[in-house]
Design a protein around this ligand. Structure first.
Ligand code: CUA
Length: 334
């Protein structure tokens, strides 16, 4: 009996120490959604269970090795023990009850993460190889970053254009696969203002690892200001929008709009002009030419300019509408 009391005390101490160690290790990122609360509570219970079971096994084992080791001069066999009905009933009932309690908690956590708020704001999420886009149907706004107001339930309605992707913001805890041909839903109520990232959680091809985009949780006022700014862009003229896209995507760093030569050809007077290539051929800079060039800038070398300077990834960064806006902007630079 004395041994059991000592081991029980050691197990209790070890459990506290292991749990403290797990806390220090900070296995989970910040808890930033209402749905994360029941999930983290479950994680907490499991961390206690893990700490206890680890201690139970390791402390018993080490105690036995040290205290009951064969002493010098001992030559006999150990006592033969066969079967212990009480112990077997105990170690059947206790884990059974534990598993049932955890299962109940799990079902309750699932219920809480699926809870519906009829006032939820809808955001339509589109996943593709290898980017996300977000549409706010209530405001007629689209964005490549996911802006969300704090403390409001968001209903994400998600579709894929090609293969299976996975919507995952670790700080929100909840995660949902995004499938082609069907709409999957996920509800998130952000609770902490801050910057996060949405990652793709399903291996979806070459650039899967790069399929991450900003998530910005803001106060309601900041969110409304952002929406208003986006709507102003939507209502601006195509050329004005094009100017904004050109600034945001770094075009202006290489293309002047006043006729001066920097890294690339100036955009002033470019539209409708005849472009000469190093191989002696020419082309007229019309809509089709400019669009093809933006999508595939290194197919032909423009006379007097180096190849492989302009990034070839604008097909991923810009939508068709944005490219058309940029062409309208170039058109306006006579
Ligand atoms: Cu999309 Cu991985």
């Amino acid at each position: 009996m004395k041994h059991f009391v000592i081991v029980a005390i050691l197990v209790a101490i070890s459990t506290l120490l292991v749990k403290a160690g797990l806390n220090v290790a900070r296995l989970l990122p910040v808890e930033a959604s209402a749905q994360a609360v029941p999930i983290d509570r479950l994680f907490g219970v499991h961390m206690w269970l893990i700490s206890f079971l680890f201690s139970l096994i390791v402390v018993f084992m080490l105690y036995s090795i040290v205290v009951f080791r064969r002493k010098p001069g001992e030559t006999g066999e150990g006592k033969h023990v066969e079967g212990n009905t009480k112990l077997e009933v105990f170690w059947t009932i206790v884990p059974l009850v534990t598993v049932l309690v955890v299962a109940t908690m799990g079902a309750d956590a699932l219920k809480q993460t699926l809870a519906v708020d009829p006032q939820a704001m809808i955001v339509k999420v589109t996943a593709r190889q290898w980017s996300w886009s977000f549409e706010y149907p209530d405001y007629n706004v689209t964005s490549t970053s996911l802006y969300l107001p704090v403390n409001k339930q968001i209903l994400l309605q998600m579709q894929s254009e090609d293969v299976i992707h996975g919507f995952w913001v670790p700080e929100f805890r909840v995660k949902q696969d995004v499938l082609p041909g069907t709409t999957k839903e996920l509800r998130v109520t952000p609770t902490v203002i801050g910057q996060y990232k949405v990652r793709c959680s399903v291996l979806c091809g070459t650039s899967h690892a790069l399929m991450e985009q900003p998530v910005v949780v803001q106060s309601e006022a900041d969110f409304q200001a952002w929406i208003a700014a986006q709507q102003n862009i939507a209502n601006a003229s195509p050329a004005d929008r094009g100017k904004k896209w050109a600034a945001e995507n770094g075009c202006a760093a290489c293309h002047s709009v006043d006729g001066s030569r920097i890294v690339g050809p100036t955009w002033k007077g470019l539209y409708g002009s005849v472009v000469q290539f190093e191989d002696g051929t020419t082309a007229t800079a019309d809509d089709a030419y400019l669009k093809a060039f933006i999508l595939n800038p290194n197919a032909k070398q423009v006379k007097g300019y180096a190849l492989n300077i302009m990034p070839a990834n604008f097909r991923d960064k810009l939508t068709d509408d944005q490219i058309n806006d940029i062409i309208e902007y170039i058109k306006s630079l006579k």
